[in-house]
Design a protein around this ligand. Structure first.
Ligand code: TXA
Ligand code: MG
Length: 335
């Protein structure tokens, strides 16, 4: 793919907005770092973000809006504190985490029930959101494990050829990512320090808590936990069924990569055409649908471990409580 370098003026922004509306990817400047933007309301566009970044796993992504009102349409409930923070710190490098509405696709939040939203203080970013006519999901525009880019040349060096376009606007003014603040926790908790200083937040939230910077062990149970099913999940393995406790297939859900599976209580197909981007886009909502169907077990078909298949298999392995082999009539989940 040829990555277009667009000028950060009205015509460049119009072209970028057209790409976003068509489900494509555009890197754009914010006041913090460049973001890799996609239509936040399209699961498939957001799945392509993970593919372009080469992420071996899914992470929840920040949704960028052009006004507090737009943020309120993405959140299920908006406490007075959120309104106060938006009035005081937006536009600016403060990301707020609150429960999401069903409008926000699961792949945006990596299956979490919450969504992180911010209004960037950068006229090009705001204009892009306005002209696109939809919120824009964007992680930092670096390849997985690399530094966040603060210049469009750094974006091109990492993602050139993997995305449709970059809006070229030189250096970003702040240079560090936004502060991520969870308002789901009480008292509110800073999940990631960033461009909005803690001192400024403490003026509004005196009892603010701050996550230790390193490692989940530092504050167990408080870091964002990605969605894991409550129903036992078994990863399907090739080979004949082994001895074990048989589970009736009709009480099992089946998470299929491609079509062609029958005889289960419920089958969710990730991608009939065998496309890993489409599969990633559907992954979390399909898993949730099976989890909420009151089944005894979920059996998942492995997907090819290439592209986004690596991220899908990472989630499946972590969700799996065992392995399963199928016979004609039964599944035998093995512990
Ligand atoms: O300044 C920034 O925040 C930049 C620009 C582009 O906006 N974006 C950015 O995105 O740094 P990213 O994907 O590199 O980092 C997003 C952070 C991650 O630490 C992620 O875990 C957290 O936000 N996050 C996103 N959604 C979340 C959620 N629902 N709950 C908790 N944390 C969330
Ligand atoms: Mg990042």
């Amino acid at each position: 793919m040829d990555t277009k370098v667009l000028s950060a003026d009205a015509s460049g922004i119009a072209a970028a907005a057209e790409i976003i509306r068509a489900g494509g990817l555009v890197a754009f400047p914010t006041e913090t770092v460049y973001g890799l933007g996609a239509d936040a309301l399209s699961a498939e566009a957001v799945a392509r973000v993970f593919a372009a970044k080469g992420r071996p796993r899914f992470d929840p992504i920040i949704v960028h809006v052009a006004s507090p009102e737009e943020a309120e349409r993405l959140w299920a409930a908006v406490p007075p504190l959120a309104r106060e923070l938006m009035a005081r710190f937006w536009p600016g490098p403060l990301t707020l985490v609150l429960p999401k509405t069903p409008r926000v696709p699961e792949v945006v939040t990596a299956g979490l029930p919450t969504v992180a939203v911010r209004m960037p203080a950068h006229e090009v970013a705001l204009e892009l959101i306005r002209v696109s006519g939809r919120p824009i999901a964007a992680p930092s525009a670096n390849r997985f494990g690399r530094l966040s880019p603060t210049h469009h040349e750094a974006v091109l060096a990492q993602l050139g050829g993997a995305i449709e376009a970059v809006l070229a606007c030189g250096l970003t003014p702040v240079g560090v990512e936004s502060t991520v603040l969870s308002l789901v926790d009480d008292p509110p908790r800073v999940l990631r320090p960033g461009g909005t200083p803690l001192e400024a937040l403490r003026e509004v939230i005196p009892n603010l808590r701050v996550n230790p910077p390193h490692g989940p062990s530092a504050s167990p149970g408080t870091l964002p936990r990605h969605y894991l099913p409550a129903t036992p999940l078994y990863l399907l393995e090739p080979g004949p069924p082994e001895d074990g406790e048989g589970v009736d297939r009709m009480r099992c859900g089946f998470l299929a990569f491609r079509d062609g599976w029958h005889g289960f209580g419920r089958v969710e197909v990730l991608s009939p055409r065998g496309d890993l981007v489409e599969a990633a886009a559907r992954f979390f909502s399909a898993l949730r649908a099976l989890d909420e169907a009151g089944l005894a077990a979920i059996v998942a078909e492995p997907v090819p471990e290439e592209g986004l298949g690596v991220a899908i298999m990472d989630r499946l392995r972590r969700a799996a409580s065992g392995r399963a082999r199928l016979s004609e009539r039964h599944a035998w989940p093995m512990r």
